[in-house]
Design a protein. Sequence first.
Length: 281
Amino acid sequence: MKEYFCGWYFKCQSERESIALIPAVHRVGGREECSVQLISSGESLNIPLYGEPWEIHRDKPWVRFGKNVFSPRGIRLDLQTASASVSGRFCFGSPTPLRYDIMGPFCAVPFMECRHRVFSMGHTVDGTLWVNGKTYRFQNGRGYIEGDRGRSFPKRYAWTQCSFPGGSLMLATADIPLSGLCFTGVTGAVLLRGREYRLATYLGARAAGTEGGRVTVRQGDLTLTAELLEDAARPLKAPVGGAMARTVRENIRCRARYRLYRGDRALLDLDTDRASFEYEY
């Protein structure tokens, strides 16, 4: 079996805090390893897990590492290592799926470097997590779940996600190597007042600009801009050839501005301090 990785991203957002938990399995040199990463405004932890029985699903967010469970209905954690103590439980409400796979027809293309999946654009989060003595408490918070699998993260990419009153959004642009060619791929969705606006390469979207923490995507008469307004990113491990050997940086909770226009009409103009943003250009 070749080198690979498979991981899920569980983000929980409240009025005061945002935290993401990332369970993953990666195979390198014929050996499979597991890890859980945690990122909040205050810290970033990478917790390798050795000798634990494990199970991970590629097509739905279900992961078990020993007695630690991640699922569409919630998370149960009790991780105790020499460098980290993480315990607690979150309960999730009903997920909000997209109308169809975020990758569209590309989900069936073989040999892709990385495959992306969005499971829930929004759901309620209730529960408490204790991380190295700090308490994260969520009551009627908002959650988001996505996953990635393949061999490596794109060499250059931008990704952002945010939940807000009346909706949520995600947007990613990335260098996509395929059959000896390379192009800038776009996947994005904005849920706004009960309507889904999808922007994607397979629908004609193109990245009109990815400079200085600002990403602009155009598709027909739609224009979506995401702009990072403050950068206080923390390190995360990312896969290269299956191994978690690359360090990227994520703002789990930062200030950003999002604008969605149809022609000259603004559908969304949001300045928020609850955005998540990665910018690797």
